[in-house]
Design a protein around this ligand. Structure first.
Ligand code: EPU
Length: 339
């Protein structure tokens, strides 16, 4: 395994932003990973694990340590428990993997089509879209613990999944490196077309009994309008999480904002679309400061229209967050990991 020096991280993130890594290596197997971790220990530098780089904003200062880019590959199918267990290397491209499951008629991931990034990143933030979340079809994960050098499996329960959250974002699990993810998919599953945008799309196309392929295509087409073309512009999808607030607080807000949408989020709680707060209440849609902007079709999405810096994107995000706080009292969290 080769360890390179002073490698630009820009091309390794979907935001197309970021300085240099002091050290950088590609990891294709467990041996590479162990060597990389040993190197960082020897040099006394921190490590940063990168998958598809689709949920990070890396500063121009770069990373003064070792960036480990996970390229562990392989997809295996195993019939079990009346369905199929699919074991997937963390470095596989997420959407190519989803396409393969749809091609094989394995149900459960079609609504998560078109999401950038790698398989290893999916459980970290429990990715979700169009009425589905990774946790719904997640079975287990195999991780490497750099502190002990051990490799072990974790069950769904141990991963502590919640809305865009898991143990891998918290102190107890942050250091763990995901090697392989196992999903449990069904051969004759049901399609979920209840999400507003999906339903509307299928109705417009007069598709009454959609196939799995048609649901995948619907999601991909809907997404293409909500996100900028990644081949041309930098973005990390939703920059913010949708806030979950007390139902009472929501009801008070209805006095000022009677059309404020909400979704049930557990007992006494509701989830508010942050996109609505940024767009309808604060008027941020399409706002642009230099090359840092808010996407015109989805106010949760920040875009690097060319040469935006991490600082400029962050400043815009902070401004948006402060405005929502001022107008509604709601605290919005970043979904993107800022480094
Ligand atoms: N809305 C607006 N203006 C906007 C955006 C949204 O008014 O600019 C309101 C509308 O009322 C709309 C509602 O918000 O009906 C929901 O919008 P949308 O369906 O686009 O979903 P979202 O809540 O904004 C979430 C996820 C996305 C995911 C979509 C579709 C988060 C942070 N984001 O967005 O996930 O694709 O649902 O399921 O939960 C991501 O996490 O990176 C991501 C892209």
């Amino acid at each position: 395994m080769k360890i390179e020096e002073n490698i630009s991280l820009k091309e390794h993130t979907t935001f197309k932003i970021g300085g240099k890594a002091r050290y950088f290596c590609l990891v294709q197997n467990e041996k590479d990973l162990k060597e990389a971790v040993a190197f960082a220990k020897r040099e006394k530098v921190p490590t940063l694990v990168l998958g598809g780089g689709s949920n990070v904003l890396i500063s121009e200062k770069g990373f003064d340590g070792l960036v480990v880019k996970i390229e562990l590959k392989g997809i295996e199918f195993e019939e079990a428990r009346g369905g199929v267990l699919v074991h997937v290397g963390a470095g596989e491209n997420w959407d190519s993997f989803v396409a393969e499951t749809v091609r094989r008629g394995l149900f459960g991931l079609e609504n998560l089509s078109g999401i950038p990034g790698t398989v290893g990143g999916a459980p970290v933030q429990n990715i979700g879209a169009y009425g589905a979340e990774v946790k719904d079809v997640f079975d287990s994960v195999e991780v490497f613990d750099p502190l002990t050098g051990g490799i072990f499996a974790m069950t769904k329960k141990e991963c502590e999944f919640a809305y865009r959250d898991s143990i891998f974002k918290h102190e107890e699990g942050k250091h763990l490196i995901i090697l392989r993810v196992t999903f449990f998919l069904k051969e004759n599953g049901e399609l979920n077309t209840s999400y507003k945008d999906v339903k509307k799309y299928l109705e417009e196309k007069k598709i009454t009994e959609p196939t799995q392929e048609e649901v995948r295509n619907a999601v991909i087409e809907i997404r293409s309008k909500k996100f900028p073309d990644l081949k041309k512009f930098g973005t990390a999808g939703s920059f913010f999480k949708n806030p979950i607030i007390q139902r009472e607080e929501f009801e008070k807000l209805l006095n000022d904002y009677p059309k404020l949408p909400s979704f049930p989020a557990g007992e006494g709680l509701v989830k508010i679309p942050a996109g609505y707060l940024f767009d309808v209440i604060c008027g941020f849609k399409g706002v642009r400061h230099g090359d840092a902007g808010v996407f015109e079709n989805q106010a949760l999405v920040l875009v690097n229209w060319g040469k935006a810096t991490a600082e400029e994107i962050k400043k815009l995000a902070e401004e948006m967050r402060a405005k929502v706080k001022e107008k509604t009292g709601i605290e919005i969290e970043f979904e993107v990991n800022i480094l």
